[in-house]
Design a binder for this molecule. Sequence first.
Ligand SMILES: [Zn+2]
Length: 116
Amino acid sequence: MSFLSKVISGCCPNCEQEKMFKTNGNPFILKMPVMNKSCSKCGYVYERETGFFFGAMYISYGLTCAEMIAVFVLGLLFNISFMNMFIIILFIAFALSTINYKLARIIWLNIFYKKM
Ligand SMILES: [Zn+2]
């Protein structure tokens, strides 16, 4: 499996049989996604050390910036006023926050995954 397909599937990087997250979360009811501690199929522990996912914040920051820039460019193309664009960007950043959270952790884990 390629890196991109592993990230999109969101499965355990070791056996690729079980999803890493129990729930998806929903920002509109303030529910964060819940991650499994380890894979139930192969026993791979996701959080390898305390604070392992701290670095995923950088990935999340990059994803959020990319989304904001994409919305900004679309706003320029459709000639939307800057105030409306600002509100749309805030809404998009809020709506995609849980997706970015999950994606950042999955990417971070797959970056540092080593086949045992
Ligand atoms: Zn597994």
